[in-house]
Design a protein around this ligand. Structure first.
Ligand code: NI
Length: 255
């Protein structure tokens, strides 16, 4: 069975056929999906999807590009939503110095506050980090390591840093990028990190694996990601699938 640890099925790209697509998941072996928060509205949409589909779970969190909309009152709301039955993570939270939509100070402040929320509510985290590898790592190490664990989503740093995260108790999220011909570093990361510390994800509708690169992504394409991981590890896809599924259940505490 297959687990998508990071998806955005509430996005516009799925408006025309969301239900039709999601009813295809279980027959295709997709046994679990965690829908992320990015804006506050996404957080509510994720709860709604989770209520509608037994295999969909929700994450609660505000993306670094969106933290300008946060205040104490909204944070309190997020805390309450963390207590809902199908909330399994705080995410996606982190730092994004690529789009740089909010000041670094503002991003760091709300990143730390949301890491604290994860600790307070006992939920693992799902981390977004873009062009901010060292700051993300330093904050994770100082503020969260050794607590509730979680996933470094769409990991894009070095194999060496991936191993540092593993030491702190985190998992590495692997998606469509690992299938790209030019993804040398991602392939190195998958080779270096033990299979037991990897999880599958899509970030759909973004980052579809080859040969669908550039098209709308969905969890139905995860077998292509598993195949790429299995090939790097020199094992059968079936074996990789089983381990990766167990890893996702473990990190989200669904066992
Ligand atoms: Ni995402």
């Amino acid at each position: 069975m297959i687990f998508d640890t990071h998806a955005h099925y509430n996005e516009k790209a799925f408006d025309t056929d969301r239900d039709e697509l999601l009813t295809q998941m279980e027959p295709a072996g997709i046994a679990g999906i965690v829908n992320m928060g990015a804006t506050i509205q996404d957080v509510y949409d994720s709860q709604e999807l989770a209520a509608r589909y037994p295999f969909v779970y929700a994450a609660v969190g505000v993306h670094p590009d969106e933290v300008g909309s946060l205040d104490e009152e909204k944070l309190q709301l997020l805390y309450e939503l963390c207590g809902r039955e199908k909330t399994v993570a705080v995410g996606e939270i982190g730092l994004d110095y690529y789009w740089d939509k909010e000041s670094h100070e503002m991003q760091k402040k709300w990143f730390v506050r949301q890491l604290q929320m994860a600790k307070d509510t006992g939920l693992p985290v799902n981390i977004h980090s873009r062009d901010a590898a060292q700051d993300t790592f330093d904050i994770m190490k100082a503020e969260h390591a050794g607590t509730t664990g979680g996933i470094i989503h769409c990991f894009s740093s070095s194999a060496q840093m991936a191993l540092e995260y593993i030491k702190l108790g985190y998992y590495i999220g692997v998606g469509g990028v690992v299938t790209f011909k030019n993804a040398r570093v991602m392939k190195e990361v998958v080779a270096a990190v033990p299979l037991e510390n990897l999880v599958t994800e899509t970030d759909c509708p973004y980052l579809a694996p080859a040969p669908h690169r550039g098209k709308r992504n969905s969890s139905l394409y995860i077998p292509l990601v598993i195949e790429a991981i299995a090939q790097i590890k020199g094992i059968e896809p079936r074996e990789a699938e089983e381990v990766l599924y167990e890893n996702a259940l473990r990190v989200y505490r669904l066992k």
